[in-house]
Design a protein around this ligand. Structure first.
Ligand SMILES: Cc1cc2nc3c(=O)[nH]c(=O)nc-3n(C[C@H](O)[C@H](O)[C@H](O)COP(=O)(O)OP(=O)(O)OC[C@H]3O[C@@H](n4cnc5c(N)ncnc54)[C@H](O)[C@@H]3O)c2cc1C
Length: 445
């Protein structure tokens, strides 16, 4: 592995004992740089390898919908790791308590985690580091160009990060080694997954969905289906909410069921459709890595204070503008606005767990237009996005919402009421672009 993927979080005493990979964001057995590195260290030290996942029973208000998807994916991980003689352990509770306790119980010698720019994960790592004295490092298994290699500051927009990423891609877009079978057989204690569900202290009213199957194998099938049926029309059709041209990979990326690097390696040779090739890799590599950049370098990624000064200033000037409609959280949540298009988008998300990408922009911008203040709009959009989207609680979500409501990574536009210089979208624009009636009929039923 290219050691530029690795970052030392804490030096520590060199001792004998198992190597542990603390799996968080990258919940898969294959194509996982953090696991690949952990395995190489275990083999080098001639010791056993443990993967531990700490289940927090109420993570960022996630519901049964997201927990169900995640737990089923983890069951597959358990099976795959077991086949490779790698222990898989599930702990439940506060990471800062459970992880050190587990490390001590097996007398671990090295801890490796994957990378996540969100505050909550960074907080856990810091608390764990404070409590342990073994070496602790982090491997970016999510981004193709490792996060800390791309940039050391918050990037202004896609155009400022794009060249940096493209310059480094040839170095990092390499083939991933296969997971090896460890030589000593293990006695894997079977996890009682049914009991795990009972431990969850989450909202069970938001039901699991059945149109996407969780897990690593399903993620690869979705990728193949995308290539077979949608890829050629990706460039032309992906922004049409009534056309099924997006990949549907975001839930799998979010839970780490598939590596963006694997997807890029599969897509890379498909150069026949030049536009789709370019556009898809732009979204999946540049835009996605830009979201990580925003969330890591801007601790206010989920609030008004995280917007660029031009946007804050402009929204402040228009704070008192008369709003034609003002809705509260409940009215938004129950899709009780005056507008059928917005209500349809909300219901698409509530029912399916995945709103079309184009509608996400429209949906968030109207929340700005119909809320008391931009702060309130941010809160409502994040709450709903994280509650219903399968891919919610993700850097892409916080960044997409900050783009829509606060002009993050965008530029100032013509000034208008409420929005100030934030880019505006309206119903008529949608009606000119796509078959709004068809979309409404489909989701308002
Ligand atoms: C208000 C708002 C909220 C959003 N919330 C989320 C969210 O919670 N989780 C999430 O993953 N994405 C979010 N996005 C970004 C984007 O809409 C989704 O990633 C995309 O629609 C997911 O569907 P797909 O995988 O089928 O996309 P495809 O079009 O097939 O794209 C492939 C991949 O490229 C990446 N990508 C595509 N568009 C973007 C983008 N605008 N920014 C960053 N990466 C992108 C994603 O990783 C995506 O899976 C949000 C965007 C907005 C405007």
């Amino acid at each position: 592995m290219n050691l530029k993927r690795l970052r030392i979080l804490q030096e520590g005493k060199d001792k004998i004992g198992p190597v542990v990979y603390w799996m968080q964001r990258d919940q898969r057995a294959h194509d996982n740089w953090a696991l690949i590195y952990a395995q190489s260290k275990a083999i080098e030290k001639n010791t056993s390898l443990f993967v531990v996942f700490n289940l927090v029973s109420n993570f960022l208000d996630a519901t049964l919908r997201q927990y169900g998807f995640m737990i089923k994916g983890l069951q597959e991980v358990e099976g795959e790791l077991c086949r490779h003689n790698i222990h898989f352990v599930l702990t439940v509770g506060d990471a800062e308590i459970e992880i050190p306790k587990f490390l001590e119980s097996i007398n671990a010698s090295l801890l490796i985690a994957d990378f996540n720019p969100l505050k909550i994960s960074r907080g856990w790592k810091k608390s764990v580091a404070d409590k342990i004295d073994i070496p602790f490092c982090e491997v970016d298994a999510h981004n193709i160009v490792p996060f800390h290699q791309v940039s050391a500051k918050q990037e202004f927009a896609a155009y400022t990060i794009r060249t940096k990423i493209h310059k480094l891609l040839p170095e990092f877009l390499d083939e991933l080694p296969s997971l090896q079978k460890m030589k000593n057989n293990i006695n894997q204690v079977k996890i009682e997954w049914k009991k795990i569900y009972d431990l969850l202290n989450v909202n069970k009213d938001v039901k699991e969905i059945d149109w996407l199957i969780p897990g690593e194998m399903a993620a690869h099938n979705i990728l193949q289906e995308f290539i077979k049926n949608k890829f050629t029309k990706y460039a032309t059709d992906r922004n049409f909410p009534t056309h099924d041209a997006q990949s549907n990979l975001s839930p799998y990326f979010h839970f780490g069921h598939i590596a963006p690097q694997r997807v890029a390696l599969v897509i890379q040779p498909l150069t026949e459709n030049e536009e789709s090739h370019k556009d898809f890799l732009e979204e999946m590599i540049v835009r996605r890595e830009l979201s990580d950049n925003f969330c890591f370098f801007n601790k206010n990624y989920d609030s008004f204070e995280g917007f660029h000064p031009w946007a804050q200033e402009s929204l402040n000037i228009h704070r008192k503008d008369k709003r034609d409609y003002i809705y509260d959280l409940e009215e938004f949540e129950l899709a009780k606005t005056h507008e059928d298009l917005w209500n349809a988008a909300q219901l698409e998300m509530v029912a399916s767990g995945k709103m079309h990408g184009y509608m996400r922009m429209y949906w968030a911008k109207k929340i700005l237009e119909w809320s008391k203040s931009p702060e309130e709009a941010m809160k409502i959009a994040i709450y709903l996005n994280d509650k219903y989207e399968l891919d919610g609680r993700d850097p892409n979500g916080y960044t997409g919402i900050a783009w829509s409501i606060g002009g993050v990574h965008d530029r100032p536009w013509f000034e208008r009421a409420v929005y100030g210089k934030i880019r505006y979208m309206n119903y008529n624009g949608c009606a000119k672009k796509f078959d709004v009636k068809k979309y409404i009929q489909k989701h308002l039923r």
